[in-house]
Design a protein around this ligand. Structure first.
Ligand code: AMP
Length: 299
């Protein structure tokens, strides 16, 4: 496995790798956990060569404190990636990604980027699109592996690829969770034990939405109200959002259908958590107990 820091060396390595077969690209911000590694392992199963980028992208952080404290541990990441079977670690540097004078930004129309995460984090998707477009340019033709944990991001990136006819095939991978059901995230390390328990309300809300839907409730607003009530009770404040959205265009669903996505996000202590669940898909084990929906959550 090569660990490369220089942008030209990374480009050369990716071009060389692509000549040996399909190149899988896994963009990350490091502080890797099992969620990231599941993407890498899938890429290794499906591609001859796999490059993992590690870059904490300042353009996608609205909150300077969040950027500053974001965990950075390249040595540990590299050890995990070697075990997972990656071939190239692209440890990109800010001076090369955004040198003095860098002024290009990639934006999209408001349809996909101003709701949900876009509303909670203004400018976030401009930062994501800019770095992802640059990563795709650096990697060249590839299969790019993204996690459904960041569901809206996958929709936005697919639109980028389609709109610009980029030579990239997007592969969306399942959410990996801890045993208690909490979606793995590099930021979970900042949760106190009490906040972590409160954070489980996200998967509980998704579980309630699925259970109500399975019981025949198809009103989008009713499902949203049930999730919001549960989250408000658990968090002690309103969630950033709790919605039932169309998987393709993220529009709010008046009537929910199988394949729509329940999305939730909220602040737990100093951490923002987000999660989602495709209606009709099995619930993760920790959330799939036999509890009936709480009466107060019934619309
Ligand atoms: P990040 O380092 O947070 O930018 O994440 C890099 C990639 O890993 C993104 O495509 C995420 O959606 C994905 N990812 C993060 N957490 C998880 C998880 N728990 N399960 C699956 N994929 C994840």
């Amino acid at each position: 496995m090569q660990i490369l820091h220089d942008l030209d060396e990374i480009k050369t390595a990716c071009r060389g790798a692509a000549r040996r077969g399909t190149l899988g690209l896994v963009p990350t911000m490091g502080a890797l956990h099992e969620g990231h590694l599941s993407l890498v392992r899938r890429a290794c199963d499906e591609c001859e060569q796999v490059a993992v980028s590690v870059f904490v992208n300042p353009l996608q952080f609205g909150d300077a404190a969040d950027l500053q404290r974001y965990p950075r541990r390249l040595d540990d990441d590299a050890a995990l990636l070697a075990t997972a079977g990656a071939h190239i670690v692209a440890a990109l540097q800010e001076q090369q990604m955004y040198p003095p004078g860098f002024s290009t930004r990639i934006t999209q129309g408001p349809e996909l980027t101003t709701s949900l995460e876009g509303a909670a984090r203004p400018g976030h998707f401009e930062g994501v699109l800019t770095v992802v477009a640059k990563l795709f340019a650096i990697a060249g033709p590839c299969r790019a592996y993204f996690g459904r944990k960041d569901f809206q991001q996958t929709v936005v990136v697919q639109r980028l690829i389609s709109d610009l006819d980029l030579p990239v095939e997007l592969v969306v991978c399942d959410i990996r969770r801890d045993d208690d059901g909490l979606a793995l995230s590099s930021r979970n390390a900042f949760l106190s034990a009490a906040d972590r328990r409160r954070g489980l309300s996200l998967i509980a809300a998704l579980s309630v939405a699925q259970q109500l839907f399975s019981a025949g409730e198809t009103s989008g607003p009713a499902l949203e109200a049930a999730m919001t009530t549960l989250l408000r009770d658990a968090l002690g404040h309103d969630p950033d959002y709790a919605g039932i959205v169309d998987a393709r265009d993220l529009s709010r669903r008046p009537t929910a259908r199988v394949g729509d996505v329940a999305v939730v996000a909220g602040r737990v202590g100093a951490v923002r958590l987000l999660d989602n669940h495709v209606l009709g898909a099995p619930l993760p084990d920790a959330a799939a107990d036999d509890r009936p929906p709480r009466p107060s959550a019934t619309p």
